[in-house]
Design a protein around this ligand. Structure first.
Ligand SMILES: *Cc1c(COP(=O)(O)O)cnc(C)c1O
Length: 375
């Protein structure tokens, strides 16, 4: 009898806390079912409405749904005319996909370091520019907006394009402006861990130039505007109705879910500030905490300790992109980036999502305090 009681308590304590959790409710289920039964599955009315709602929410003229961030940006680079040996400035500390499409176009990533909010260090932009530089990809990493005024001023000075990587920051604001609406081009992801998900892969491009949006729409759908006339060879990078229906519900809840992430982040900051280094929120930023990334002594031991207590953590990302085999094999001139190379050994992503409860966040904090002998 006594044994049984112990087991019950243990299983309660071991209730797993995942790194992130998707929004799934009856409204989502009903929307998916509605699309299932509509008889139309690809680029139909749900997709059209979702594109309009995304454009309105982001504050861009054109939103073009694609099957992922990566493929959307691949099409966009082609439509922009990105050429072999063009140079694109990008922070090394980002998800690998940020640089994949440009490599496929034969262009070269020129890596820079990050500042104390883990976004590109804008003070390094001038020093890495060459005659071959064509553009910049600022990444709003972990949901924190990059210093866009500095990026836009640099680009304007030298006639460069800017593409905002908003994959982790949908709904974040920079000096009151929603990210993705600041540069003429932006790209978003609906991958299940992202702030807005469609319970599958997907993404969209935010574009202010109508010709570019038209070109990407053609490339997305076999190079055609009309059913049987193919103007150019294209691809299949389309979006589907079931996921658009799910995404439309998720978008209605995005602001509230992001606000909840901010509440969790404030709670973590309050409780963990004396134990580990918590993330900085710059004066210009309304961050949306795609990740809550701490810097911790004995990071790997801490991660193991938390795992034993059913708490999932992550490292985003353990290997800097300028040291990835796929990159070092291709390019010989690669920089040393001391901050990026240092932080990969210290960063740890704690559980956060629109669905994480304050009680769960408290359990994470209790365990971290316990680890540092400070219960
Ligand atoms: C997730 C992510 C991507 C890639 O998005 P996909 O939709 O998975 O292709 C690109 N950049 C960043 C910063 C990301 O986090």
């Amino acid at each position: 009898m006594a044994l049984k009681v112990t087991l019950t308590i243990d299983s309660e304590l071991m209730q797993k806390i995942p790194l992130s959790k998707c929004l799934i409710n009856d409204e989502i289920r009903a929307a998916a079912l509605r699309a299932v039964e509509s008889g139309q599955y690809i680029l139909g009315p749900e997709c059209k409405a979702f594109e309009q709602e995304l454009a309105a929410h982001t504050g861009v003229a054109h939103a073009v749904l694609t099957s992922s961030w990566t493929l959307g940006v691949f099409l966009l680079h082609q439509a922009m005319g990105l050429q072999k040996d063009d140079e694109v400035i990008v922070p090394s500390h980002t998800a690998f996909p940020s640089i994949e499409p440009l490599i496929h176009c034969g262009a070269r990533p020129v890596f820079i370091d990050v500042d104390d909010s883990y976004c590109l260090d804008v003070r390094q932009l001038e020093s890495v520019r060459t005659a071959r530089t064509v553009g910049v990809i600022p990444v709003h990493l972990y949901g924190h907006p990059a210093d866009m005024d500095a990026v836009m001023a640099f680009a304007a000075r030298h006639g460069l394009w800017v593409l905002e990587d908003c994959a982790q920051a949908q709904g974040a604001r920079y000096r009151g402006k929603t990210v993705g609406s600041i540069a003429p081009m932006s790209a978003f992801s609906f991958y299940p861990s992202k702030n807005l998900t469609v319970l599958g892969d997907g993404g969209f491009l935010g574009l202010s130039i109508p010709e570019l949006a038209g070109q990407v729409r053609m490339l997305r759908n076999h190079g055609r505007k009309e059913k049987y006339t193919h103007e150019i060879p294209g691809y299949n990078v389309r979006f589907n109705e079931i996921q658009a229906a799910i995404g439309r519900v998720a978008l209605k809840h995005l602001e509230a879910l992001n606000e909840h992430r901010r509440t969790i982040a404030a709670h973590y900051r309050r409780r963990l500030g004396n134990l580990v280094q918590t993330p900085v929120e710059q004066s210009w930023a309304r961050a949306v905490y795609h990740m809550f990334v701490i810097r911790a002594e004995k990071r790997d031991e801490l991660a193991r300790f938390l795992k034993e207590r059913g708490i999932e953590t992550g490292i985003h990302y353990p290997i800097p992109n300028h040291q990835q085999p796929a990159v070092t094999r291709l390019f010989d001139r690669l920089p040393q980036l001391p901050i990026t190379e240092k932080i990969v050994h210290e960063i740890l992503s704690l559980p956060i999502s629109g669905e994480l409860t304050l009680a769960e966040a408290d359990r994470v904090c209790d365990s971290i305090a316990e680890f540092y002998g400070n219960p």
